[in-house]
Design a protein around this ligand. Structure first.
Ligand code: MG
Length: 426
């Protein structure tokens, strides 16, 4: 009798547990569906600044207002010139987790690049092992080690998933979806990759929601980064432009209006698998939409709807989706990330260079000890050179502050167009 009561009580606990679990999953789904609408951020011109950024050095009308006074640093026309020798220039404002864009040029051959410090102490790019890669002529052009998937001249890289030739159109150097002809995939297959894609959605004022400018960029043919005209066009947040479809809404909506060219810069880490094909670590993705960070190292929950296959431990192609709309693409390239690391991707003296940096500050507990290390991702002239590199003190060590200023190096350097934007804690 007694045992029966306990048995029933135990069952009740299990049922309650399952109910709570179900509710949690539902709540999780609601969260995944994006309870909060991603705020709109005007990405600005290529290179920014986006509308939510703090401008540290204006691209047209620079001043020293955002910086602490230092001898020798001066504005000369549209640039900030550093003193050859002297102190670093330090921002007045301190920041936590940020996306940072810096443009600089070396004035002579004595330096290939200008170091920058986050929180006044974490040097970017710092020293890193690996090769030196020649970047493209601008930050969207393919670097020397890239594989061109579409350069405006030929569809030779593309086929229908069933092996037939691709039916999409090549018009004036642009790849245009031919509605009804099906998705297209590349012959090139890849694992971990840096991927650049440009697209333009058509002007469809009468269409709504998912019906307006729909296509998709499927990484490995499995993970769709949604293409949609989400400029003043609402839909569910995990289905809007730059969402990882059905899994993650973008952090912000950085869409340009239809017919304007937009960019995706995607950093994809393939799932880690054991010899028997079991996933040991999920795939991960970081995405910039028009230069604005929209996903920061998110864990993929598996293939999205419409995936080519579910063989997540194998290489896969790039797939572009025919969703019935006249979406256009151009300038598509990738860099295999399994070929070793890159130390730097510098341009010649006198040429403008850029860093695009994602920085996560170390997490510090109430006792002043580090709970989670900081990490840093850096693109140098559009080339990934630091991929989520841990920085700062080790877990358990003491750290006074998890915010700090940005600092620029003195030396043979000029600077322009520097901006920073806070990113949500993850
Ligand atoms: Mg789509």
């Amino acid at each position: 009798m007694r045992r029966g009561i306990w048995h029933r009580a135990a069952n009740l606990v299990v049922i309650c547990g399952e109910l709570a679990c179900g509710l949690m999953i539902l709540a999780g789904c609601a969260l995944a569906q994006g309870a909060k609408e991603p705020p709109y951020v005007d990405p600005g011109p290529p290179g920014g600044p986006p509308s939510d950024a703090t401008v540290l050095l204006d691209r047209k009308d620079p001043s020293l207002d955002a910086w602490q006074p230092r001898d020798g640093w001066e504005i000369d026309g549209a640039v900030l010139r550093a003193p050859r020798d002297g102190e670093r220039l330090v921002s007045r404002v301190a920041f936590g987790d940020v996306q940072l864009h810096v443009e600089f040029r070396a004035l002579d051959g004595s330096a290939t690049h200008a170091p920058v410090w986050l929180h006044g102490r974490y040097e970017v790019p710092g020293s890193g092992a690996g090769k030196v890669v020649k970047p493209g002529r601008d930050d969207t052009a393919p670097p020397a080690d890239a594989v061109a998937l579409f350069d405006g001249t030929t569809l030779s890289e593309w086929i229908h998933p069933d092996g037939r030739p691709a039916q999409w159109q090549l018009v004036d150097g642009v790849l245009r979806c031919r509605p009804g002809s099906g998705n297209i995939i590349t012959k090139t297959q890849f694992g971990s990759v840096q991927l650049h894609v440009e697209f333009a959605t058509p002007y469809m004022p009468r269409a709504r929601g998912q019906g307006r400018g729909n296509s998709g960029v499927y990484v490995q043919g499995r993970y769709e980064i949604q293409v949609l005209d989400s400029y003043k066009n609402r839909t569910y947040f995990t289905g809007q432009c730059a969402a990882i479809y059905g899994q993650y809404p973008p952090l912000v909506n950085a869409c340009r209006p239809p017919r304007q060219w937009q960019t995706y810069d995607i950093l994809f880490t393939a799932p880690e698998c054991d010899d028997r094909g079991n996933v040991r670590a999920q795939g991960r993705m970081t995405v910039f939409h028009n230069g604005v960070l929209v996903h920061d190292d998110v864990a993929l929950r598996g293939p999205t709807g419409g995936a080519l296959d579910h063989n997540v431990c194998q290489a896969g192609p790039l797939m572009l989706q025919d969703h019935g709309n006249l979406v256009q693409f151009r300038n598509i390239w990738l860099r295999h990330l399994d070929n070793g690391t890159v130390a730097l991707a510098p341009r010649d003296p006198g040429q403008w260079q850029s860093y695009d940096i994602v920085f996560r500050a170390p997490r510090v507990g109430a006792d002043g000890r580090v709970l989670k290390r900081g990490r840093i991702t850096v693109l140098h002239n559009g080339v990934l050179i630091r991929d989520r590199v841990p920085v700062g003190p080790q877990v358990g060590e003491r750290l006074e502050k998890s915010t700090g200023p940005v600092a620029l190096a003195a030396g043979p350097f000029e600077y322009r167009n520097i901006w920073i934007r806070a990113i949500e804690r993850n």
